[in-house]
Write a protein that binds this ligand. Structure first.
Ligand SMILES: NC(=O)c1ccc[n+]([C@@H]2O[C@H](COP(=O)([O-])OP(=O)(O)OC[C@H]3O[C@@H](n4cnc5c(N)ncnc54)[C@H](OP(=O)(O)O)[C@@H]3O)[C@@H](O)[C@H]2O)c1
Length: 292
């Protein structure tokens, strides 16, 4: 099986390169190779690679930056995704694409299922929702995996930033009124590999039959503050910490251009029922991530 991997140098893309490489020939593409917002360049690159499947881990992920540059967010997160959907349909490929918990407003008060109506609060969420909608409207042979609070220690993420702050500062202040499902990139990459391995004999047909949106994030949920406390507690190099206290604060203390959902854990029952896939509890994954 040949897999064309977009965003191979991102947090998730890096882990996907390893995980997919266990059973498939991976053709990695990064922004240095071509700009995916150029539809012709995208079509040419995919056709030249002649893959069986496309995995799209590329995205405009700067949530606050998307408020300043909504057009670029839309180009990457929606229009390029629409081109990928057309390609997958016309060339009879399978497409795996990622979306976000930020398509929700966080007002439900319980974990979100795929049946819940999205209502994004910011430009990033709107652009990601437009990407989902483009694939659904085209009836593209695409599985869209909505995930949340992705982190790796290789790139800048909430977890790597908190670990660095714990080494530098006596006090770290963290917002306590945003709740979500932390997801270790390596777990999500391995789950994606399991999914595609399971359909390797007929990827286009199997993904077309299963097409739609699925939630997949670390099991359970916590606040940003609880996640920061867990980073401090589970870091195997705790002796290097300068931190004495982690202080819960309201998000009003850190005003940001983009509004974020206050409570958007994901219910991941659908993907478990369809593909037998579930991610471990978020604390277990965090301990593994910090152990390196
Ligand atoms: N991070 C999170 O907390 C989170 C939460 C929920 C869902 N997700 C979703 O999960 C997926 C993976 O996220 P991630 O955190 O791994 O993202 P990431 O680390 O920001 O990686 C995204 C990659 O996309 C590339 N890219 C951006 N614009 C491009 C363009 N015009 N042409 C080609 N490549 C381009 C970036 O390249 P450059 O670095 O060179 O710009 C980067 O390597 C995304 O779909 C994201 O929306 C993320």
């Amino acid at each position: 099986m040949r897999i064309f991997l977009l965003g191979a140098d991102g947090q998730l893309g890096h882990e996907l390169t390893g995980a997919l490489g266990c059973f498939a020939e991976v053709v990695p593409a990064t922004e240095l190779d071509f700009d995916m917002t150029d539809p012709q360049a995208l079509r040419t690159a995919v056709r030249a690679a002649a893959p069986d499947a496309i995995v799209n881990a590329a995205a405009f992920t700067d949530v606050d930056g998307a408020e300043r540059n909504p057009r670029q967010a839309m180009l990457v997160n929606a229009e390029a995704v629409a081109t990928l959907g057309e390609l997958a349909r016309d060339e009879r490929l399978a497409l795996v694409h990622y979306s976000t918990d930020f398509v929700f407003d966080g007002h439900k008060g319980a974990p979100y299922t795929e049946e819940d109506a999205p209502c994004p609060l910011n430009e990033y969420g709107r652009s990601k929702l437009a990407g989902e909608a483009a694939l659904l409207q085209q009836d593209a042979p695409a599985v869209v995996i909505r995930t949340a609070w992705l982190y790796s220690l290789r790139k800048r993420s909430f977890v790597s930033s908190i670990r660095a702050l714990c080494r530098e500062r006596a006090q770290v202040r963290v917002v306590a009124d945003q709740i979500g499902s932390p997801t270790f990139c390596r777990d999500l990459a391995q789950a994606t590999a399991m999914l595609l391995y399971g359909v390797r004999d007929a990827p286009h047909e199997a993904i077309a039959a299963a097409r739609g949106v699925y939630h997949l994030a670390g099991a359970g949920s916590c606040s940003r503050y609880e996640l920061a406390c867990a980073v401090a507690e589970l870091d195997p190099r705790r002796e290097e910490h300068a931190v004495r206290s982690i202080v819960p604060v309201p998000s009003t203390e850190y005003p940001s251009p983009a509004r974020r959902p206050a409570h958007a854990p994901l219910d991941c029952g659908k993907i478990r029922a369809r593909f037998g896939i579930a991610l471990p509890p978020w604390r277990e994954s965090l301990a593994r991530a910090l152990a390196g």
